[in-house]
Design a binder for this molecule. Structure first.
Ligand code: NI
Ligand code: MN
Length: 237
């Protein structure tokens, strides 16, 4: 099946994705590949990484960024404060940016957008301010546009994001407690109007109670067939 115009999307569980672009660039978003529900050997399975996007400073999103960056030396983009932190941790190829900004990575256009959440970095028991949390709009070489929402609740700007960026695929948290849960996530889909929807940030821990079945039930009828529920380690295209 080719729903994404030649783009391959692998979910590693939680908010961690690998997206392979039509020209073969490998993009990781929030690469925490060592969590309780991650597929065995996920970190070792990586063959190449060109770009890493980190939505905010929480440990479940910075994840294994430092180790992966040491191995592949990709460009690592994050909000300014998180980028500075990663640089202090030895990531050499960082790009600090902020909400509303766009950069071009070999024809892939990456825009940082708002998320309603928090972003403290915990490092060895110390709390370091991580700037604001964010989401990413990634417009690939073929125009296919992916919106990774990061960790967020509902906010009115989702309607603007839907109108302006017209995401084809939305990666949306549904686990509740720290983010959207099934019902408000379903409402967010109505604001964003995507062609495809992949849920994330659920079932990693018992505290994340939102389930894809509840999400599907809450979705408006026209979106139920656009929902793609995948298992950690699975690739869809
Ligand atoms: Ni978070
Ligand atoms: Mn999180």
């Amino acid at each position: 099946m080719d729903r994404f115009g030649g783009i391959k999307v692998t979910w590693f569980g939680h908010s961690a994705f690998k997206i392979e672009s039509p020209s073969g660039k490998v993009v990781l978003i929030d690469p925490w590949l060592s969590h309780p529900k991650a597929p065995a050997g996920a970190l070792d399975s990586l063959q190449k990484v060109d770009l890493i996007l980190v939505t905010h400073g929480h440990g479940d999103h910075i994840g294994d960024t430092v180790a992966i960056a040491r191995r592949f030396n990709p460009l690592v983009a994050a909000i300014y404060e998180v980028a500075n932190y990663l640089q202090r941790k030895g990531v050499s190829n960082v790009l600090g940016m902020n909400i509303g900004g766009t950069f071009d990575f070999h024809g892939i256009k990456v825009t940082m957008v708002e998320a309603t959440h928090s972003s403290t970095i915990i490092d060895g028991g110390r709390e370091i301010p991580g700037g604001n949390p964010a989401g990413f709009i990634v417009k690939f070489e073929n125009g296919f546009t992916v919106y990774h929402m990061g960790d967020t609740g509902l906010f009115g700007g989702l309607q603007l994001i839907g109108e302006f960026y017209k995401p084809d695929l939305v990666l949306i948290p549904i686990g509740s407690l720290f983010t959207l849960g099934p019902e408000n996530a379903a409402y967010a889909v109505g604001l964003l109007k995507p062609k495809w929807i992949i849920p994330m940030h659920y079932e990693t821990f018992p505290a994340l109670t939102g389930k894809p079945e509840e999400f599907k039930k809450a979705l408006a009828p026209e979106y139920k067939d656009r929902l793609i529920v995948i298992a950690p380690g699975e690739t869809v295209s």
